[in-house]
Design a protein around this ligand. Structure first.
Ligand code: ADP
Length: 231
């Protein structure tokens, strides 16, 4: 479904991503781990066309994405949930969810009902301003908004960072459900290696913009974490 080859990506003249290859199969759950500052966020931003320049290949369902604009990539079915949630605080929950439908190529502005089944709080708070929601509720809204475009693949950047534990569990549950039951392909950047080990079919471990290690989720053992990820 997604094939990345020899990817380089730059902010100004500095290459941040330096020759990364990977493939994600349709319905796959792909984890990206690594210490702070190694290029995980930049990798997701590169897939969306949000860095200054990139070279290599990004193929998505047979289309070459590298020359496409960010809205074109969203229109192709790629949803990106950046770190820090970025919902529009002055807009209501409903308005944020409707914004999520904008990339849809069928032109529909309907909010898919399953979003409210997954996150009942969004239904309950539908007319509240997003800025009045807790951090965990805003993250649920950010995921709901991404789902409103009916994506084919979802890119998430540390969705559970700084969120209270009971909501973390709920978000993890939803991500599993979206992948396992609804077949949504997911790329997840995470510091939380426990969750990646549990759910990922495959992971990449990045150091300084390059892949140091890859394998099935269960290969992300305590030893690997100790060797590559401890501070
Ligand atoms: P990670 O997500 O693994 O913590 P990032 O992708 O955020 O890492 O950052 C990788 C490197 O790219 C860092 O050295 C960071 O300083 C640099 N970087 C990130 N964003 C920008 C930007 N907008 N402009 C210039 N350099 C950036």
């Amino acid at each position: 479904m997604l094939e990345v080859k020899d990817l380089y990506s730059y902010y100004g003249k500095s290459p941040v991503i330096q020759g990364i290859d990977f493939q994600v199969a349709e319905g796959g759950f792909f984890g990206v781990v690594g210490r702070n500052g190694v290029g995980k966020t930049t990798l997701l931003r590169t897939l969306m066309g949000l860095t200054d320049r990139a070279t290599g290949t990004i193929r998505f369902n047979g289309q070459d994405l590298l020359q496409k604009t960010t809205p074109e990539r969203a229109g192709a079915g790629i949803a990106y949930i950046p770190q820090g949630r970025e919902v529009i605080p002055r807009f209501t929950v409903r308005e944020n969810l409707i914004m999520g439908t904008f990339p849809r190529e069928d032109g529909s502005r309907d909010i898919p009902e399953h979003i409210f089944e997954m996150f009942p709080i969004l239904d309950e708070f539908i007319e509240r301003r997003a800025g009045d929601l807790s951090g965990g509720q805003q993250q649920q809204l950010a995921i709901g908004r991404a789902l409103a475009m009916k994506p084919r693949i979802m890119l998430l950047d540390e969705p559970t960072e700084g969120i209270q534990p009971n909501i973390v569990q709920q978000i993890e549950q939803v991500l599993k459900q979206l992948n396992r039951e609804m077949g949504l392909t997911i790329i997840l950047v995470e510091q939380n290696t426990r969750f990646v080990r549990e759910v990922a079919d495959e992971f990449l471990l990045i150091e300084k913009g390059r892949v140091s290690l890859r394998g099935p989720g269960e290969a992300l053992t305590g030893e690997v974490v100790e060797k590559y990820l401890s501070i």
